[in-house]
Ligand binder design. Structure first.
Ligand SMILES: Cc1ncc(COP(=O)(O)O)c(C=O)c1O
Length: 405
């Protein structure tokens, strides 16, 4: 291999490996700046971003409206803690609650914290409202789930990499096959307080459940007095061509868990949205976070909600998603053995005889397109929703060439 010693990338990759725990296996690309759907590395090479920070960058890199809000807030007030109220807080909570069609919002920071919040609220609701016997609450979850990395959340993961050697595990979760309504219904008992699901399983490879599954879950939850918690941290906020993935089937969960894009690609912002009969069970001292709902986060997230309230991003995602679908389906039998698309979100199964997902992503990176493998030969495309038709075509063309060898 010829090594150009003027390139900064190899040294930067080496340093990153030297000084960090190896809990990720990043592609050897070192980014230094970005705008819209494009990234530039330390050696001046440009890449089309087809991952968008796992949907944290739905509005693209450095969206002018979001950057302006962040700058303005940085010049005024950045942090208060929840010991006091600040002037961005109520607007953020109200506007997000309205977008979700819910009474209340509880802001946190990371997705995992939103999930933990949802679990705690559901348990408390179970004991205080539903009347479940002390310590007996259970939550039904799905195989192949990805809800984050805390000890409680990995306790009900079915991915051994995420789970092994992190026990003892938190009890109180029942795992059922994803998309199987009969199994889910059978798992519900008198102590079930919630069903916690991703309406589309992103990390699993953009797995869309069979039509009718989500409405079926809604119905059984209502009938059995169980909360339906939709983890829309990755699927929500425009990614699938609708505000929420649940919208595609007209389903309204009891609780939305939101994150990623809520922070506009600038700050970590997550939230739980639910009605007062659910979120109202929390009283002072029972849950919280120093940074949750901080002024900078709220200022950015208010603009995120306003961008979504226009409907433009959902529309773009739906329309451009059809172009992405057509392009990708054209590669079926030409290196792809499976394609699942919802809006600008795609899971692609590469013929394992050809190459692994990792290899495909490395080859795509060499051609100026950044994507990420999930499991085995599956890769996920989730470009920023500001991507253009020409850029989608570019990504599909590069993928076709990678698959053609
Ligand atoms: C559906 C879902 N839930 C929760 C999380 C966890 O979010 P975070 O990494 O911000 O903790 C993720 C992250 O990928 C996710 O995709």
């Amino acid at each position: 291999m010829i090594v150009d010693d003027k390139l900064r990338t190899p040294g930067a990759v080496r340093d990153a490996e030297r000084w960090t725990a190896h809990n990720y296996h990043p592609l050897p690309v070192v980014i230094s700046s970005a705008e819209g759907a494009w990234l530039t590395d330390v050696d001046g090479r440009r890449y089309l971003d087809c991952l968008a920070g796992y949907s944290a960058l739905n509005f693209g890199h450095r969206h002018p409206q979001l950057i302006a809000a962040a700058h303005a807030q940085l010049d005024r007030l950045t942090l208060t803690s929840r010991a006091f109220i600040h002037d961005q807080f109520a607007d953020f909570c109200r506007e997000l609650a309205e977008l979700c069609g819910k009474d209340l919002v509880l802001p946190m920071n990371t997705g995992a914290e939103a999930v933990e919040t949802g679990i705690k609220v559901a348990r408390k609701w179970g004991y205080q409202v539903k009347g479940v016997a002390a310590g007996q609450a259970n939550i039904v979850v799905a195989e192949g789930n990805f809800h984050g990395r805390t000890t409680t959340i990995v306790s009900f993961s079915t991915d051994e990499d995420a789970r092994a050697d992190f026990g003892p595990y938190t009890p109180g979760f029942t795992v059922v096959p994803y998309g199987d309504l009969a199994a889910l219904t059978a798992a519900i008992d008198e102590n079930t307080v919630a069903v916690l699901l991703e309406p589309i399983q992103g990390e699993q490879g953009v797995v869309v459940p069979p039509e009718g599954y989500l409405p079926g879950v809604r119905q059984v939850c209502t009938e059995r007095n169980v909360l339906f918690i939709a983890d829309e941290i990755q699927s929500g906020l425009g990614r699938t061509g609708a505000t929420f993935a649940c919208d595609h089937e007209g389903v309204v969960p009891d609780m939305y868990l939101l994150g990623k894009a809520l922070g506009g690609g600038i700050v970590p912002v997550s939230a739980v949205a639910a009605n007062a009969d659910v979120l109202g069970v929390l009283k002072p001292g029972q849950h919280g976070s120093t940074f949750g709902g901080n002024p900078l986060a709220c200022a950015v997230a208010i603009e995120v909600v306003r961008l979504l309230a226009t409907g433009e991003f959902q529309r773009r995602s739906a329309e451009l998603g059809e172009r992405l679908r057509a392009g990708l389906e054209g590669l079926l039998g030409k290196g792809l053995v499976g394609v699942r698309v919802r809006g600008l979100w795609a899971g692609l199964d590469i013929d394992p005889a050809l190459m692994s997902g990792r290899e495909a992503c490395e080859r795509l990176a060499a051609r100026g397109v950044l994507a990420k493998d999930t499991h085995g030969s599956t890769i996920r495309l989730a470009p920023p929703l500001v991507i253009t038709e020409e850029e989608i075509d570019l990504a599909v063309t590069q993928l076709a060439e990678v698959l053609a060898g």
